[in-house]
Each structure stands twice: as structure tokens, then as C-alpha cells.
Design a protein around this ligand. Structure first.
Ligand code: HEC
Ligand code: HEC
Length: 246
């Protein structure tokens, strides 16, 4: 039987809900105490210190945890998700993964069902495990786009030129021009990322449910974007490996 889009949505929602319950129960058992109130967004200074204090990651231990902690059930066998609803992790700079997992674990990235699900998955992780997981994902590569070249001229313009009238800096100025990423300030790679994940992330920033951006820069740009622009930008990054030749 062929799945329709609404069937697929329902299946994803059911899977998410079931996994959230199991993870929340496991995390509550592991933590053993009441949840803390959410700390503030990291400052760049606090982040630099935190990063410096992280242990060296082990690729082999990271591979074992990726499977052993069931990260692979949503993020795919090699860190690249089969569903466009889940982020692919292969090829992200280690700094991006470390920051994301610390943000989830320590209560700085929460506020909707999806982030809460990841927060539950991250809560039992030690710093060493986070370093190990970052080592294995950083050694991977984001998937080649399934389709090429979507998003249109309006998205290309926002990516390469921004929009001075709305103070939007070109996305590529921070996110780079290739799929290799930019570890400075833990800026994630977007080229080849799952389309729906990109769209959801931009809406989380726009709605203010995601507040993990240290300089509020993503919240600032996203609040200027229309639904149509967000959809175009998600198409653009999901279907380009980089900007070579643009
Ligand atoms: C039930 C599905 C599920 C499981 C299991 C899961 N994740 Fe996730 N993960 C998600 C979703 C959904 C998001 C996006 C959440 C959001 O909107 O903030 C995410 C986000 C992430 C991110 C942030 C990516 C980015 O670009 O910011 C990292 C890193 C991550 N997961 C790592 C892990 C690790 C490591 C494990 C295992 C310990 C794990 N995940 C287990 C579903 C899952
Ligand atoms: C001034 C630098 C800067 C500019 C310009 C910028 N970003 Fe970002 N972006 C960031 C940083 C830093 C993060 C990570 C923030 C965090 O930790 O939540 C980020 C995160 C994101 C994410 C979430 C990725 C993930 O893996 O979860 C998306 C999607 C995104 N940006 C899209 C865009 C788009 C589209 C544009 C252009 C309209 C843009 N960004 C412009 C710095 C920038």
C-alpha cells in the first residue's frame, strides 16, 4: 500500500510520541531528580570556555553509542536520517554537535515536542559521550541532495546577497559556501540537510521557541522571513551541495 502524505505525517507523529514517552521515562530514571528551570542562552564567552573544557572525543566509542543509545533509530545508520523531518548529522563540525547536545542536555534547547524529545535523549549523556558522538558525526558527510537545484532566484538572492532593506545578512556569510561547514561560533552546515528539518528550524527561530542562537542572530533574521521565503530557503539548502558556480 502506498503511503499518502497525511498517513506519513501521522506515522511520524505516532513514532515521535511513543519515542518521547520511552525516552522521558528513561531520562527521569537516570536523572532521579526534578527538572531544573531553563538556564539562559549561552554567551559566546561561556561557550568558548565550555568547548575548551570538553574531553577529546573517541570515534570508536561514538560509533558504539550512536547504535547503543538508539540515536540511529531517528538519525540513520551512519548519522544521516532517512526522514527529512530529522536532521542529518554527518559532516557537521564537531563544535555544532557538541553545542547542540549540551544545549539539549542542559535545558537550553527545549520548548516544543521535537526539542523536548531530543532533550530527553541527551539528558543521560556525559561530556565524554557527547565528545565521542561529535567525533563520529564530524567524520561523516551530509547526504548528497536527493533532488538538485530547487528554491528559486529569491532564495538564491537571500543566500548570497541577503536583503539590506530588512537587515538580513547573506546566509552564506555565516553558513559558508560549501558542505564542509564553519566551526567558528558553531555555525551548522545547511547544504544537503533535510528539507522539512530546515523549514521547522527556521520557524522555531521565528516563533521564538528556539533560543539557542548565542547572538539572537537567527531569531533576528527569521522574524523577517515570510512562510514562502522559509519554504524557498529550505528547498534551496536541501537541494544544493554548495554554491560552486553560482
Ligand atoms: C525519536 C527520534 C530521535 C532519537 C532517538 C534521537 N534524536 Fe536527535 N533529533 C531528533 C529530532 C526530532 C531533532 C530536532 C529537534 C529540534 O527541533 O530541536 C534532533 C536533533 C538532534 C541534534 C541537533 C542537530 C542540529 O543540527 O542542531 C543532534 C546533535 C542530535 N539530535 C543527536 C542525537 C543523538 C546523539 C542521539 C542519541 C543519544 C539522538 N539524537 C537521538 C530526533 C531523535
Ligand atoms: C550572522 C551569522 C548568520 C547568518 C547571516 C545566518 N545564520 Fe543561520 N545560524 C547561525 C548560527 C550561529 C546558527 C546556530 C545557532 C544555534 O546554536 O541555535 C544558525 C542556525 C541556523 C539553522 C539551524 C540549523 C540546524 O542544524 O539546526 C538554520 C536552518 C539556519 N541557521 C538558516 C539560515 C538562513 C536561511 C539564513 C539566511 C536567511 C541564515 N541562517 C543566516 C548564524 C547565521
Amino acid at each position: 500500500m502506498k503511503m499518502t502524505a497525511p498517513d506519513f505525517e501521522r506515522t511520524i507523529k505516532r513514532t515521535l510520541a511513543a519515542a518521547a514517552c520511552a525516552l522521558a521515562a528513561a531520562a527521569a530514571a537516570a536523572a532521579g531528580d526534578a527538572p531544573q528551570t531553563a538556564p539562559e542562552t549561552l554567551t559566546p564567552e561561556a561557550w568558548a570556555k565550555t568547548l575548551k573544557a570538553m574531553p577529546e572525543g573517541s570515534f570508536i566509542a561514538g560509533a558504539a553509542d550512536h547504535a547503543g543509545l538508539f540515536c540511529n533509530s531517528c538519525h540513520g545508520k551512519a548519522g544521516n536520517a532517512d526522514s527529512e523531518h530529522y536532521p542529518s548529522l554527518g559532516g557537521q563540525p564537531a563544535e555544532v554537535i557538541i553545542k547542540a547536545l549540551l544545549d539539549y542536555r542542559d535545558g537550553r534547547r527545549s520548548g516544543d515536542a521535537r526539542a523536548d524529545l531530543m532533550a530527553a535523549a541527551a539528558r543521560p549523556l556525559t561530556d565524554q559521550q557527547i565528545a565521542n558522538l561529535a567525533a563520529i558525526y564530524a567524520a561523516g558527510k551530509l547526504p548528497a541532495p536527493r533532488e538538485a537545484g530547487k528554491g528559486g532566484d529569491a532564495a538564491l538572492k537571500l543566500v548570497t546577497k541577503g536583503d539590506v532593506s530588512r537587515n538580513i545578512t547573506p546566509c552564506a556569510a555565516c553558513h559558508g559556501v560549501s558542505g564542509r561547514g564553519n566551526p567558528n561560533q558553531a555555525v551548522p552546515v545547511l547544504y544537503g540537510q533535510g528539507r522539512n528539518y530546515l523549514e521547522i528550524a527556521l520557524k522555531q527561530y521565528r516563533d521564538g521557541t528556539r533560543t539557542s542562537d548565542m547572538l539572537s542572530e537567527m531569531r533576528f533574521f527569521a522574524k523577517e522571513l515570510t512562510d514562502e521565503e522559509i519554504a524557498g530557503l529550505a528547498d534551496f539548502f536541501a537541494t544544493h551541495e554548495g554554491l560552486a558556480g553560482k
